[in-house]
Design a protein around this ligand. Structure first.
Ligand code: UDP
Length: 258
């Protein structure tokens, strides 16, 4: 593994050079950060679960025609992806008030929003990923108007699909973050969904108990983060029945030679 060339190391993932030009290997770490990396820790088994959950979600999105960077999962912690030029915008979709929206506007967490909100943040750790408007995106040329239209359309489709997917397993999709990238085909650039979709970048609440099944458990020191991520994977049908721990999952895969 270490012989491969590392392209980039982020807070939760590492990117390595892929086997063919235009591909990368995305490695999922157990590291967790919050509050712009001021809080650091690890969630044991998180990387394995996020790799699997993201694979599942991206594969399903592919089947409804949302283009993504996902090619295939390689092993427990790695997936093969298409190399993209990341658009430096974090796209946040909100269905229910929580987190920074609640804080910024004084709206109680858990308030159902009368309509879905799409927000944009400038992806810059040094600046703390500030909230931006379309005007900033256009002014500084971070994405074209056409690209922003495609991004907003895809964000709405992803939200509709994920709301249904999670509702079917008793989970409310409160909000989530998406990232997009450009791929070049001759002189033409196309925008596709990149990064990951996992409990690291989503707020997922149990529909009956409102229990948090996402990274807020880590952010807010609630404990039980690994169990929460596992519960999401289990409800998505990604953990074999009766085998509940990541360790079991590990052994199961090993037995099957994956
Ligand atoms: N989010 C993320 N990465 C970020 C910021 C936010 O994945 O750098 C996700 C977060 O998990 C939540 C949604 O985007 O599901 C909205 O986050 P919010 O703006 O409320 O910020 P937070 O409260 O996490 O600081």
């Amino acid at each position: 593994m270490s012989r491969r060339r590392q392209i980039y190391e982020g807070k939760a993932k590492i990117l390595y050079e892929g086997p063919e030009p235009g591909t990368l290997i995305q490695y999922f770490k157990d590291d967790a950060t919050a509050f712009n990396a001021q809080k650091k820790g690890t969630i044991s088994g998180k990387g394995v679960l996020n790799n699997r959950i993201s694979e599942h979600v991206f594969t399903l999105l592919g089947t409804i025609g949302v283009p993504t960077h996902f090619i295939r999962r390689l092993n427990m912690r790695e997936q093969l992806i298409r190399q993209v030029e990341i658009i430096p915008i974090e796209v946040v979709v909100r269905n229910v008030a929580a987190g920074s929206l609640s804080k910024r506007l004084g709206i109680e967490e858990g308030t159902q929003l009368p309509r879905t909100i799409i927000e944009y943040y400038y992806k810059d750790d040094a600046l703390g990923d500030p909230l931006i408007a379309d005007e900033h995106i256009a002014c500084f040329g971070w994405a074209s108007q056409e690209e922003m239209n495609d991004i907003a359309d895809m964000a709405v489709r992803v939200n509709d699909f994920l709301c249904g997917l999670f509702a079917a397993i008793g989970i409310r999709l409160v909000d989530f973050k998406l990232e997009f990238g450009r791929i070049w085909e001759n002189d033409y650039a196309r925008v596709i969904l990149a990064d990951e979709i996992s409990p690291d970048g989503c707020r997922l609440w149990d529909m009956t108990t409102n229990e948090k099944l996402d990274k807020d458990r880590f952010r807010r020191d609630l404990g039980g983060e690994a169990e929460a991520y596992q519960e999401v994977a289990r409800r998505l049908g990604l953990l074999p029945e009766g085998e509940n721990s990541v360790l079991d999952l590990d052994q199961h895969r090993a037995k099957r030679g994956k």
